[in-house]
Design a protein around this ligand. Structure first.
Ligand code: ADP
Length: 319
């Protein structure tokens, strides 16, 4: 089984010609839908075929009710801590060139408690996978990772967003770290004292990237590189079924129109694939599935509701 601990937001999206400047009032086309990294990843894991539990905090309002009904419609085992604080929200402006400005109101997400998370992790065991991100309080994420470890589950940490606080202890509790290039650059600056531009990471020599991953983290590191695919690095003593300690996987050729939530698609699918093999198997095969699942997610607009299914991935990429 996969347990995902994380955020749920109601996204409010305005598509405008230009991003609104201070003092300006402008026109835009409005759309709303579910979001939050935790929820996106949970929907991805469920559609990727895993029995998935989603641990989150919701307000007792319309947003919270929507989360429950959408989660259940996709077969999620919803474990929501009810709070008096409103459900999380995100205000997103997207301009004609696709650039965005985002405001997040963490709301209920900031209330997720250590005690609630720990109680929901009590049923975890060997072969299960726990996946967390950093849109929830650091203490709650630490509690989840610690508890999952104690119970023998495999722990995955998507260190997103890039500006969320991290600590050496947090990283050490993850068996697998899954930053994107921006988040990886932030981790290197903070924990290794190495300054790399996010855009250059995809071009950095594999030996050097592997060396940097090893300085950052003892466990496995999977860096998602957008349209350049994925870089994987393992310690020699935890190769996870891979013959090599580091390698790249190219992105799949698809008709990408919207990469929103591609990282979430990758994380949810990787967790689901690992859980289907009880955390074992050849790690590169799980990464390949995540890479394919994420690629297909970019062919549809949106995040959670744009996730493909396991069947669609298998039908599209035969091998
Ligand atoms: P994030 O959404 O966190 O920025 P990335 O942009 O790194 O994440 O994308 C995550 C994964 O999604 C990539 O590693 C790749 O597997 C897939 N992906 C993203 N963009 C494309 C694309 N244009 N074509 C194919 N796959 C893509």
């Amino acid at each position: 089984n996969v347990t995902i601990v994380g955020s749920f937001n109601i996204d409010h999206v305005w598509r405008c010609e230009t991003l609104p400047a201070a003092g300006a009032t402008i026109a835009g086309q409005y759309a709303t839908g579910p979001g939050g990294k935790g929820f996106n990843q949970a929907i991805a894991a469920a559609r990727a075929g895993a029995a998935t539990r989603f641990v989150c905090a919701l307000g007792t309002d319309a947003g919270g009710a929507l989360a429950m009904s959408l989660g259940k419609a996709d077969g999620l085992d919803m474990r929501a801590q009810a709070t008096e604080v409103p459900t999380g929200t995100a205000g997103i402006y997207v301009d004609a060139r696709g650039r965005n400005s985002i405001v997040i109101g963490a709301g209920a997400n900031a209330q997720l408690s250590e005690a609630f998370v720990q109680a929901q992790c009590a049923e975890l065991g060997h072969g299960d996978v726990l996946l967390a991100q950093l849109e929830s309080p650091l203490e709650a994420v630490l509690a989840a990772l610690r508890r999952a470890r104690q119970q023998g589950a495999l722990t995955l940490l998507n260190t997103a967003p890039a500006n969320a606080p991290t600590s050496a202890e947090l990283l050490s509790l993850a068996d697998v770290l899954t930053p994107n290039e921006t988040e990886f650059a932030a981790l290197l600056a903070r924990h290794v004292g190495e300054r790399l531009q996010p855009e250059e990471i995809g071009e950095v020599d594999g030996n050097r990237l592997h060396h940097l991953c090893r300085e950052l983290h003892h466990g496995s590191v999977v860096v998602t590189l957008g349209s350049l695919g994925v870089f994987v690095s393992h310690a020699e003593d935890t190769l996870r079924g891979d013959g090599k300690s580091f390698y790249r996987l190219s992105a799949e050729a698809v008709e990408a129109i919207d990469s929103t939530g591609a990282g979430d698609a990758f994380n949810g699918a990787l967790a689901a694939s690992l859980a289907s093999a009880a955390g074992q198997g050849v790690f590169a095969d799980h990464v390949r599935f995540g890479n394919r699942f994420a690629a297909l997610s970019t062919e549809r607009e949106g995040a959670a509701l744009a996730m493909p299914t396991r069947e669609q991935v298998l039908a599209r990429f035969a091998d």
